[in-house]
Ligand binder design. Structure first.
Ligand code: CA
Ligand code: CA
Ligand code: CA
Ligand code: CA
Length: 441
C-alpha cells in the first residue's frame, strides 16, 4: 500500500492533518501512519425492540460466482435490471477483484446464470442499466475509479457497455483522464424527443472531485457541464425533486464535507443551480449511500441515506453515529431531515414495502459491524407504521461485510426480494459471500 498526504483544503485542517484516506467504490480507506480519530464504540442494534410487526424471515441463496477462501469477492455495486428485456429481472454488478462487470441472467424464472460482460475495466465502482441512445436495448454505464487506492490523479473514466443484440456488449469509453468516477446514470435532462438520455456523474476524486452532467449530442458524443468541484461525491440519484416535470439530481458529498446537494434543472439548457439541502456537523459522519424513494407516499420523491463508511477512519470500523435517515421532500427543493435508526457500518439504503402493508419500509446492509460479535447485524430492515415511525428488524447476521444492495420483485410474485453484494478487502475473511438473493419465507 502506498501512503498519500492529503494536500487539500479542509474545514478541519488540524484534525485532518496526517489523515490518509482511500477509496473503494466511494468508500474512504484509512491507511497506516495516522492518528486514530475516535475509539471504536460498542455495537448498537444488537436486538430489535419489541414490535407489533410479525417477524420477516428471509432465506439467502447464493447466485452468480461462488465465494471461496481463495476468491474473496469485492463487489462494489449491483443493480436489478431486466438487461435483455425478456420479462425476467436480472442482476448486474461490478467487482474490483477481477475488474469486471457481470450479468446474472434469470432464465428461466428462478434460474440464475452469470456471464462476464466486460473485462479489464479500471476499478469499476458502479453500474447502471439504461438505453442511452434510444436503440431499444439497455446498455450498461460503468463508473470507473481507475485505481481503488487513494489517488488524486485524473485516472477516472466512464465506460458504456453498448448492448449490440442483448447478448454482446461492446465497451466504449465516454470520458477519461478525469477525477475518479464513483457514479454514472442516465436521465433525459434536456428534453430529448428521440429517446436519447444525458448522463449524471459523481466523481470522488481525492483532493479534488467533481459532479457533472453530460449532454448527449448523439453518436456517443457528450458535452460536460460541471456543477460542483468538491471532493468525495459518491452517489448522484436523479428525480424531479421540485415537481416542475424536469428531472433534477442530488449528490452525496462525503470526505470532510458530509453534505447532500440538490441540482435543480433550469429547463432552458442553462446551468443547474447547486443548493445545499443538508450537511452534518460531524466530519467523521461517514456518508455511504444516497437513493431516491417516496418514503411517505405523498408523490414527492424523498431521499434516503446511510452513514456507515468504516474505511474513512484511522482505525477502520463502525461508529456509534452510523445509521440511516430520510430527507423528506417538502416541496420547492426543500428537505426535512429525519433520523430512522442506528446501524453500525450502514451502506446501501433501499426502500420497498417488504411486508405488504402498503407502507414503504427501508433496508440497509452493513460493511463494518463488529464482526467478532456474532450478534452483529449484516442486513437490517426498518418497518414503517404508515406515519414514518420505523421499527428496526434485523434480517441476517451472516454473510458479513455487505456494501451494496437492491430490492425488487425478481420472481414476479409481488413480494420484493433483496439482493446483496459483499466486499472482502480485509480480515476477517469468513462468512464470505459474493452475490446473495434473499427470498422472503
Ligand atoms: Ca432478463
Ligand atoms: Ca425538476
Ligand atoms: Ca415523499
Ligand atoms: Ca411495509
Amino acid at each position: 500500500m502506498n501512503t498519500f498526504s492529503l494536500g487539500r483544503a479542509s474545514r478541519h485542517p488540524v484534525r485532518y492533518a496526517g489523515i490518509v484516506a482511500g477509496l473503494i467504490a466511494g468508500i474512504g480507506l484509512a491507511l497506516s501512519g495516522c492518528q486514530p480519530r475516535t475509539p471504536a464504540p460498542a455495537t448498537a442494534n444488537r436486538a430489535a425492540p419489541k414490535t407489533n410487526f410479525p417477524a420477516l424471515v428471509y432465506q439467502p441463496v447464493a447466485i452468480g460466482s461462488p465465494a471461496g477462501p481463495e476468491d474473496r469477492p469485492m463487489v462494489t455495486n449491483l443493480q436489478i435490471a431486466d438487461l435483455d428485456q425478456d420479462g425476467l429481472p436480472d442482476v448486474i454488478y461490478s467487482e474490483a477483484r477481477g475488474n469486471t462487470v457481470r450479468w446474472i441472467r434469470q432464465a428461466p424464472r428462478g434460474v440464475f446464470t452469470e456471464q462476464v460482460i466486460a473485462r479489464d475495466l479500471p476499478a469499476p465502482a458502479n453500474v447502471w442499466a439504461a438505453d442511452v441512445q434510444g436503440s431499444g436495448r439497455l446498455d450498461v454505464l460503468v463508473a470507473c475509479m481507475g485505481q481503488i487506492m487513494p489517488n488524486n490523479d485524473r485516472i477516472g473514466s466512464i465506460v458504456v457497455l453498448e448492448n449490440l443484440d442483448n447478448r454482446t456488449f461492446q465497451p466504449r469509453t465516454l470520458l477519461e483522464k478525469t477525477a475518479r468516477v464513483t457514479d454514472v446514470r442516465a436521465a433525459n435532462l434536456t428534453g430529448h424527443t428521440d429517446g436519447k438520455l444525458d448522463l449524471v456523474v459523481g466523481q470522488f476524486g481525492y483532493a479534488q472531485g467533481e459532479t457533472r452532467w453530460m449532454k448527449n449530442l448523439g453518436g456517443w458524443r457528450f458535452e460536460s457541464q460541471i456543477v460542483n468541484r468538491q471532493s468525495g461525491t459518491v452517489h448522484t440519484p436523479v428525480a424531479d425533486f421540485d415537481g416542475d416535470s424536469r428531472p433534477d439530481f442530488a449528490a452525496l458529498v462525503t470526505q470532510e464535507w458530509e453534505e447532500v446537494h440538490l441540482f435543480r434543472n433550469p429547463g432552458d439548457g442553462g446551468e443547474f443551480k447547486d443548493t445545499l439541502v443538508w450537511g452534518s456537523t460531524n466530519e467523521d459522519y461517514g456518508g455511504s449511500g444516497l437513493a431516491v424513494a417516496d418514503v411517505n407516499r405523498d408523490g414527492r420523491p424523498d431521499l434516503i441515506s446511510t452513514n456507515g463508511d468504516g474505511f474513512d477512519y484511522a482505525v477502520r470500523g463502525h461508529r456509534p453515529w452510523h445509521g440511516i435517515q430520510w430527507l423528506e421532500n417538502t416541496g420547492q427543493g426543500n428537505f426535512r431531515y429525519h433520523r430512522v435508526g442506528d446501524f453500525p457500518g450502514a451502506y446501501a439504503p433501499c426502500a420497498a414495502d417488504l411486508n405488504g402493508d402498503g407502507h414503504t419500509d427501508l433496508v440497509a446492509v452493513s460493511g463494518f459491524a463488529d464482526w467478532d460479535d456474532p450478534q452483529s447485524v449484516a442486513l437490517m430492515a426498518w418497518l414503517n407504521d404508515g406515519r414514518q415511525n420505523f421499527t428496526p428488524m434485523p434480517l441476517a447476521r451472516s454473510p458479513i461485510k455487505l456494501v451494496t444492495a437492491a430490492v425488487g420483485d425478481l420472481d414476479g410474485d409481488g413480494v420484493p426480494e433483496i439482493v446483496t453484494g459483499a466486499l472482502h478487502a480485509f480480515p476477517p475473511f469468513e462468512r464470505l459471500s459474493n452475490i446473495t438473493l434473499w427470498r422472503r419465507q
